[in-house]
Write a protein that binds this ligand. Structure first.
Ligand SMILES: [Fe+2]
Length: 273
Protein backbone atom coordinates (compact mmCIF):
# COMPACT_ATOMS: atom_id res chain seq x y z
CA UNK A 1 0.00 0.00 0.00
CA UNK A 2 1.41 3.32 -1.09
CA UNK A 3 1.94 6.05 1.48
CA UNK A 4 1.17 9.56 0.25
CA UNK A 5 3.95 12.03 0.96
CA UNK A 6 1.81 14.82 2.42
CA UNK A 7 -1.37 13.58 4.03
CA UNK A 8 -4.41 15.44 5.22
CA UNK A 9 -3.51 14.26 8.72
CA UNK A 10 -0.15 16.04 8.48
CA UNK A 11 -1.52 19.18 6.83
CA UNK A 12 -4.82 19.69 8.66
CA UNK A 13 -4.23 17.69 11.84
CA UNK A 14 -7.10 15.30 11.17
CA UNK A 15 -8.69 13.09 8.51
CA UNK A 16 -12.19 11.62 8.13
CA UNK A 17 -12.20 8.59 5.83
CA UNK A 18 -13.27 4.99 5.24
CA UNK A 19 -10.68 2.42 6.30
CA UNK A 20 -11.49 0.15 3.34
CA UNK A 21 -10.29 2.93 1.00
CA UNK A 22 -6.83 2.31 2.46
CA UNK A 23 -6.80 -1.41 3.26
CA UNK A 24 -9.00 -4.10 1.74
CA UNK A 25 -8.36 -7.83 1.41
CA UNK A 26 -10.36 -11.06 0.97
CA UNK A 27 -11.81 -12.01 4.35
CA UNK A 28 -11.87 -8.50 5.81
CA UNK A 29 -15.63 -8.78 6.45
CA UNK A 30 -15.18 -12.03 8.38
CA UNK A 31 -12.49 -10.37 10.50
CA UNK A 32 -14.84 -7.41 11.08
CA UNK A 33 -17.58 -9.82 12.19
CA UNK A 34 -15.16 -11.41 14.66
CA UNK A 35 -14.34 -7.99 16.12
CA UNK A 36 -18.07 -7.16 16.32
CA UNK A 37 -18.54 -10.39 18.27
CA UNK A 38 -15.84 -9.24 20.72
CA UNK A 39 -17.83 -6.02 21.19
CA UNK A 40 -20.86 -8.13 22.17
CA UNK A 41 -18.80 -9.23 25.16
CA UNK A 42 -17.30 -6.04 26.55
CA UNK A 43 -17.49 -5.57 30.33
CA UNK A 44 -18.86 -2.34 31.82
CA UNK A 45 -16.26 0.40 32.33
CA UNK A 46 -15.86 0.10 36.10
CA UNK A 47 -14.54 3.66 36.26
CA UNK A 48 -17.77 5.02 34.75
CA UNK A 49 -20.52 2.34 34.91
CA UNK A 50 -23.34 4.94 35.07
CA UNK A 51 -22.23 6.33 31.71
CA UNK A 52 -23.36 3.20 29.82
CA UNK A 53 -19.81 2.63 28.62
CA UNK A 54 -18.18 -0.76 28.05
CA UNK A 55 -14.55 -1.34 27.21
CA UNK A 56 -11.45 -3.46 26.87
CA UNK A 57 -7.87 -2.31 26.29
CA UNK A 58 -4.58 -3.59 24.97
CA UNK A 59 -1.05 -2.22 24.64
CA UNK A 60 1.22 -3.11 21.74
CA UNK A 61 4.63 -2.06 20.49
CA UNK A 62 5.21 -1.12 16.86
CA UNK A 63 8.75 -1.39 15.55
CA UNK A 64 9.96 1.55 13.43
CA UNK A 65 11.01 0.47 9.94
CA UNK A 66 9.40 -2.97 9.90
CA UNK A 67 6.07 -1.92 11.54
CA UNK A 68 6.04 -5.28 13.28
CA UNK A 69 3.35 -5.36 16.00
CA UNK A 70 3.97 -7.08 19.35
CA UNK A 71 1.48 -7.13 22.22
CA UNK A 72 2.86 -6.27 25.66
CA UNK A 73 2.14 -8.81 28.42
CA UNK A 74 -1.04 -8.35 30.41
CA UNK A 75 -1.23 -7.94 34.18
CA UNK A 76 -3.04 -10.87 35.83
CA UNK A 77 -5.25 -10.24 38.88
CA UNK A 78 -7.38 -13.05 40.36
CA UNK A 79 -7.25 -14.99 37.11
CA UNK A 80 -8.30 -12.02 34.94
CA UNK A 81 -6.09 -10.28 32.39
CA UNK A 82 -5.77 -6.49 32.51
CA UNK A 83 -3.74 -3.76 30.90
CA UNK A 84 -2.79 -0.80 33.04
CA UNK A 85 -3.28 2.63 31.63
CA UNK A 86 -1.80 6.05 32.33
CA UNK A 87 -2.84 9.22 30.56
CA UNK A 88 -0.86 11.88 32.43
CA UNK A 89 -2.72 15.09 33.14
CA UNK A 90 -4.70 15.43 29.92
CA UNK A 91 -8.06 13.87 30.84
CA UNK A 92 -9.55 16.32 33.35
CA UNK A 93 -11.79 13.58 34.77
CA UNK A 94 -8.85 11.34 35.72
CA UNK A 95 -5.91 13.65 36.43
CA UNK A 96 -2.70 11.74 37.00
CA UNK A 97 -4.43 8.46 37.78
CA UNK A 98 -3.58 4.96 36.76
CA UNK A 99 -6.54 3.01 35.47
CA UNK A 100 -6.74 -0.71 34.74
CA UNK A 101 -8.93 -2.12 32.00
CA UNK A 102 -9.84 -5.72 31.17
CA UNK A 103 -7.54 -6.93 28.39
CA UNK A 104 -8.62 -7.54 24.82
CA UNK A 105 -9.36 -11.16 24.02
CA UNK A 106 -6.39 -13.10 22.66
CA UNK A 107 -8.33 -13.81 19.44
CA UNK A 108 -8.92 -10.07 18.99
CA UNK A 109 -5.21 -9.39 19.40
CA UNK A 110 -4.54 -11.97 16.67
CA UNK A 111 -7.34 -10.67 14.41
CA UNK A 112 -5.85 -9.67 11.06
CA UNK A 113 -8.08 -6.63 10.65
CA UNK A 114 -7.03 -5.25 14.03
CA UNK A 115 -3.36 -5.87 13.21
CA UNK A 116 -3.81 -4.18 9.80
CA UNK A 117 -5.39 -1.19 11.57
CA UNK A 118 -2.49 -0.88 14.01
CA UNK A 119 0.05 -1.10 11.17
CA UNK A 120 -1.79 1.12 8.67
CA UNK A 121 -2.59 3.80 11.25
CA UNK A 122 1.03 3.77 12.38
CA UNK A 123 2.23 4.26 8.78
CA UNK A 124 0.28 7.52 8.71
CA UNK A 125 1.96 8.89 11.84
CA UNK A 126 5.04 11.13 11.68
CA UNK A 127 7.77 11.78 14.24
CA UNK A 128 11.02 13.55 14.94
CA UNK A 129 14.10 11.43 14.21
CA UNK A 130 14.91 11.33 17.92
CA UNK A 131 11.48 9.96 18.86
CA UNK A 132 11.75 7.33 16.10
CA UNK A 133 14.85 5.63 17.54
CA UNK A 134 12.80 3.36 19.81
CA UNK A 135 9.69 1.21 19.32
CA UNK A 136 6.36 3.04 19.50
CA UNK A 137 3.54 2.37 21.95
CA UNK A 138 0.06 1.71 20.56
CA UNK A 139 -2.85 1.85 23.01
CA UNK A 140 -5.84 -0.03 21.63
CA UNK A 141 -9.26 0.72 23.16
CA UNK A 142 -12.44 -1.19 22.35
CA UNK A 143 -15.18 1.21 23.51
CA UNK A 144 -18.92 0.63 23.30
CA UNK A 145 -21.60 3.15 24.22
CA UNK A 146 -24.81 1.21 24.83
CA UNK A 147 -28.26 2.56 25.63
CA UNK A 148 -30.99 0.12 26.66
CA UNK A 149 -33.95 2.33 27.61
CA UNK A 150 -35.53 5.43 26.09
CA UNK A 151 -34.04 8.43 27.87
CA UNK A 152 -30.72 6.68 28.68
CA UNK A 153 -27.69 8.67 27.59
CA UNK A 154 -24.20 7.27 26.93
CA UNK A 155 -21.37 9.75 27.20
CA UNK A 156 -17.82 9.78 25.85
CA UNK A 157 -14.98 10.84 28.10
CA UNK A 158 -14.39 13.74 28.23
CA UNK A 159 -17.59 14.99 26.62
CA UNK A 160 -16.25 18.35 25.41
CA UNK A 161 -13.85 19.38 22.66
CA UNK A 162 -10.60 17.98 24.02
CA UNK A 163 -7.09 16.75 23.32
CA UNK A 164 -5.99 13.30 24.40
CA UNK A 165 -2.33 13.97 25.25
CA UNK A 166 -1.07 11.21 22.97
CA UNK A 167 0.32 12.59 19.68
CA UNK A 168 -2.03 10.55 17.46
CA UNK A 169 -5.44 8.94 17.87
CA UNK A 170 -7.33 6.93 15.24
CA UNK A 171 -10.99 5.94 15.61
CA UNK A 172 -12.59 3.15 13.58
CA UNK A 173 -16.33 2.54 13.81
CA UNK A 174 -17.16 -1.12 14.39
CA UNK A 175 -20.95 -0.86 14.65
CA UNK A 176 -23.62 1.79 14.97
CA UNK A 177 -27.08 0.49 15.64
CA UNK A 178 -30.37 2.07 16.74
CA UNK A 179 -28.98 5.24 18.25
CA UNK A 180 -29.30 8.95 17.72
CA UNK A 181 -26.43 11.35 18.42
CA UNK A 182 -22.76 10.47 18.52
CA UNK A 183 -21.82 13.57 16.53
CA UNK A 184 -18.10 13.92 15.87
CA UNK A 185 -16.60 17.39 15.60
CA UNK A 186 -13.07 18.64 14.98
CA UNK A 187 -11.98 22.13 16.03
CA UNK A 188 -8.89 24.14 16.98
CA UNK A 189 -6.90 23.77 20.23
CA UNK A 190 -8.05 27.03 21.79
CA UNK A 191 -11.59 25.67 22.14
CA UNK A 192 -10.45 22.86 24.43
CA UNK A 193 -13.05 22.24 27.15
CA UNK A 194 -15.93 23.83 25.25
CA UNK A 195 -18.97 22.33 23.55
CA UNK A 196 -19.13 22.59 19.74
CA UNK A 197 -22.46 24.45 20.00
CA UNK A 198 -20.80 27.16 22.12
CA UNK A 199 -18.03 28.18 19.70
CA UNK A 200 -18.11 30.18 16.44
CA UNK A 201 -19.25 27.66 13.83
CA UNK A 202 -16.44 28.80 11.49
CA UNK A 203 -14.00 27.29 14.01
CA UNK A 204 -15.44 23.79 13.47
CA UNK A 205 -13.15 22.27 10.84
CA UNK A 206 -15.53 19.39 10.16
CA UNK A 207 -18.40 17.57 11.83
CA UNK A 208 -19.69 14.16 10.83
CA UNK A 209 -21.31 10.96 12.07
CA UNK A 210 -19.51 7.64 11.89
CA UNK A 211 -22.31 5.49 10.48
CA UNK A 212 -21.03 2.51 8.48
CA UNK A 213 -18.57 -0.02 9.95
CA UNK A 214 -14.92 0.99 9.36
CA UNK A 215 -15.75 4.66 8.82
CA UNK A 216 -12.82 6.31 10.57
CA UNK A 217 -11.10 9.49 11.60
CA UNK A 218 -7.65 10.36 12.82
CA UNK A 219 -6.23 13.30 14.74
CA UNK A 220 -2.74 14.69 15.23
CA UNK A 221 -3.49 15.93 18.74
CA UNK A 222 -1.38 19.13 18.94
CA UNK A 223 -3.17 20.73 15.97
CA UNK A 224 -6.82 20.04 16.81
CA UNK A 225 -9.45 19.33 19.44
CA UNK A 226 -12.02 16.60 18.93
CA UNK A 227 -15.46 15.82 20.31
CA UNK A 228 -17.88 12.90 20.40
CA UNK A 229 -21.46 13.77 21.31
CA UNK A 230 -23.80 11.94 23.66
CA UNK A 231 -25.58 8.88 22.34
CA UNK A 232 -29.29 8.16 22.94
CA UNK A 233 -31.45 5.20 22.01
CA UNK A 234 -33.05 5.26 18.57
CA UNK A 235 -36.63 4.59 17.52
CA UNK A 236 -36.43 0.81 17.11
CA UNK A 237 -37.10 -1.71 19.92
CA UNK A 238 -34.06 -3.20 21.63
CA UNK A 239 -30.81 -1.56 22.75
CA UNK A 240 -28.81 1.00 20.81
CA UNK A 241 -25.05 0.84 20.41
CA UNK A 242 -22.07 2.78 19.10
CA UNK A 243 -18.90 0.67 19.07
CA UNK A 244 -15.49 1.87 17.99
CA UNK A 245 -11.83 0.93 18.15
CA UNK A 246 -9.58 3.79 19.24
CA UNK A 247 -5.83 3.48 18.69
CA UNK A 248 -3.36 6.01 20.08
CA UNK A 249 0.36 6.17 19.42
CA UNK A 250 3.19 7.59 21.44
CA UNK A 251 6.96 7.18 21.42
CA UNK A 252 8.87 5.19 24.00
CA UNK A 253 12.00 7.19 24.74
CA UNK A 254 15.05 6.56 26.91
CA UNK A 255 14.13 8.34 30.13
CA UNK A 256 16.23 10.93 31.93
CA UNK A 257 17.94 8.92 34.74
CA UNK A 258 16.63 11.40 37.34
CA UNK A 259 13.07 10.58 36.28
CA UNK A 260 13.41 6.80 36.61
CA UNK A 261 11.96 5.48 39.87
CA UNK A 262 13.97 2.28 39.46
CA UNK A 263 17.22 4.22 40.03
CA UNK A 264 16.16 5.38 43.49
CA UNK A 265 17.56 2.22 45.06
CA UNK A 266 14.47 1.05 46.95
CA UNK A 267 14.78 -2.61 45.94
CA UNK A 268 11.92 -3.77 48.23
CA UNK A 269 9.40 -2.38 45.76
CA UNK A 270 11.07 -3.68 42.62
CA UNK A 271 10.12 -6.84 40.73
CA UNK A 272 11.56 -9.22 38.13
CA UNK A 273 9.75 -8.87 34.82
FE1 LIG B 1 -10.40 11.75 22.74
Amino acid sequence: MEVIAVSQLKEAGYEYYHFKDKIDYPGIDDDLAALQHAFDNLPADEYAPHLNRYRRYGRALVMPGTHEVTWLPETWVDGHAYYEYFQGSFNPEYVGEYRRFPALWQCSMENRLLREMIRQDFRETFWTREDALMPFHAGVHFVKLKVENPGDVAVSSPNTLHQDGEPFTFAHLIRRNNISGGLNAISVPRHRGKMPADIPQDDIKQSFYLDKPLESYSVYDPLVTHYVGDVEKGETDGPGERSAILIDYQPTVIADPDQIRSTRGNTDFMIYV
